[in-house]
Unconditional design. Structure first.
Length: 89
């Protein structure tokens, strides 16, 4: 998937104990919001499929993160998802 180029450009290049969601430029809150809107509202079926594919990719990355968090507490507390959920404090 093309969006994984995003993982390659991230620094450091490969870190299995880092959640990609919120970290990579194309995996942060605003792009994900755009993918949701695109998947819902875009009429062109090919472009729409691309947005759905992107969303599905975010979903699989998210599952990876949850799996990682289940055995790595520090991975969770240092992730962007943790910051989103604890935005109020
Ligand atoms: Zn990804």
């Amino acid at each position: 998937m093309l969006v994984d180029l995003d993982h390659v450009f991230a620094d450091p290049l490969f870190d299995p104990n880092r959640c990609g969601i919120g970290y990579h430029p194309l995996h942060s809150a605003i792009p994900i919001f755009v993918y949701v809107l695109g998947a819902i509202f875009i009429k062109n079926s090919i472009i729409r499929l691309i947005f759905i594919g992107l969303l599905f990719h975010m979903f699989t990355d998210f599952i990876d993160c949850l799996w990682m968090f289940s055995y790595c507490e520090e991975c969770y507390t240092s992730s962007e998802i943790y910051k989103w959920l604890n935005f109020s404090d």
